[in-house]
Each structure stands twice: as C-alpha cells, then as structure tokens.
Design a protein around this ligand. Structure first.
Ligand code: TYD
Length: 211
C-alpha cells in the first residue's frame, strides 16, 4: 500500500502523516515514512539545494530535473524495496507536487510533466493520495511562523518566499489535478482541528485496509 500526502505549505501534512502512521501501526501494518524531496541519500543533497534561498537563480527546467532526479532515486532505492517487502509506504509529497508546482505554479506543461513523472516513477504510482486543501493565506502564515520558530527561513524558505499569487495557483492546481485523477485522490478540508482533519482521512485508510 503506497499512500502520498499533498498540499500547499502549512496544511498540517506532518501532523496528519504522523496520525496516519500511528493508525496503520495500530492495525498491525508495518509502515515506512519517507518524503520528497530528500527521501534517498542522494535526495538529501538535492533537497538542501532545492529549498535553499541561494537557489533562487535556478531556472524552471533545472528545478524540474532536480526534482525528477530526486524522485527516480527515491522510487528505486526507498519506495520499491519497501513495497516489495510488503510494507506500507507513506510519502510526504510525491509526483503530483511536480505537476502542480512546476506546472500550474511555474507554467510548465502539466501533460509533459506527467509523462516525465512516468519515467521517474517507472510504474510505481500511489494507491491513495490525500490532498489537504487549505486557503493559502492561512497556510502560508502557518508555514512562515514554523520556519521562523525552527530557524529554517534561509535553508528551507525558498517556496514560502514566493508571492501569494503563486500559492493561489498551487491550491487551484491541486484541486484541478485531483479532479482529473479522482480514482486515487481524496480531498480533505485542512482548515479544521487536527483531530477533525484526521477523522476525514481515516475512512480512506480503512477502505484500503479492508481490501
Ligand atoms: P517542504 O519543506 O517539504 O514543504 P512542506 O513542508 O510544505 O511539504 O518543501 C518542499 C517544497 O518543494 C515545497 O514547497 C514544494 C516543493 N516541491 C516542488 O516544487 N516540486 C516537487 O516535485 C516536490 C516534491 C516539491
């Protein structure tokens, strides 16, 4: 079982992923938690390049190929080996982030990005993708406060520093893309309390556990 979590910055993905891990463990499922960018050894280097404020001069295409390289290595060395052992894999962001951020956000062609993703994931698509949907005004405020509290504004703040228009395009892009892939996407209202948000997610996990 391969589950991914997506959403704009500050939606509470980390909190919900932890709840999902605990829930699946309570049902006897062995889970591996991973993330993009940065899920593999190589990916950790790519993550620090991609998110650092110094990388503001990267072209859209350069950024794209770094995310794809991160993904190809992540799938081959982390996701597939865990799935092959029968484990449940939960990834904080995956291929949909590329379509939405580099496509709907930066203006590259979403269809082309989907094809490039096909190369990077080599057939390993999520069974279930939870989209945490939130007004970017709220999400960004939360994300900026978190980065400041963790002193990460410079190392990990490149996307949070984008203009509000960019974040609005990301939110709309996610909703559009989720509508096009409603077989595996489940959209959850992330404006509620953490327990209320997880109450929306749990039935989707249960549906898979029953399969
Ligand atoms: P991260 O700190 O993991 O963000 P969050 O805590 O909001 O998940 O940073 C990942 C950033 O990288 C995030 O702003 C989205 C962006 N991103 C892309 O632009 N394309 C991608 O393919 C991926 C995986 C992430």
């Amino acid at each position: 079982m391969f589950v991914t979590f997506e959403g704009i910055e500050g939606t509470g993905k980390t909190t919900q992923i932890k709840k999902a891990m605990d829930y699946l463990a309570s049902k006897g499922r062995e889970c591996v938690l991973t993330l993009e960018p940065g899920g593999s050894r190589l990916g950790q280097h790519l993550r620090s390049i991609l998110l650092h404020m110094e990388s503001r001069d990267l072209t859209g295409e350069t950024e794209l190929f770094l995310y794809l390289a991160d993904r190809a290595q992540h799938v081959a060395t982390v996701v597939c080996p865990a799935l092959d052992k029968g484990k449940c894999v939960i990834s904080d962001r995956f291929a949909d982030s590329t379509v939405v951020y580099q496509g709907y956000g930066r203006g590259l062609d979403p269809k082309l990005l989907h094809q490039l993703n096909e190369v990077a994931v080599a057939g390993t698509w999520p069974d279930l993708t939870i989209l945490l949907d939130l007004d970017p005004e709220i999400g960004l405020r939360r994300a900026l406060a978190r980065n400041a509290a963790e002193c990460k504004s410079r190392e990990e703040g490149r996307f949070e520093a984008e203009a509000m228009d960019f974040h609005k395009r990301i939110r709309e892009g996610y909703l559009t893309w989720a509508g096009l892939h409603h077989d595996r996407f489940r959209v959850v209202d992330a404006a509620q309390t953490p327990d209320e948000v997880f109450a929306q997610i749990k039935p989707h996990l249960d549906a898979f556990l029953e399969k």
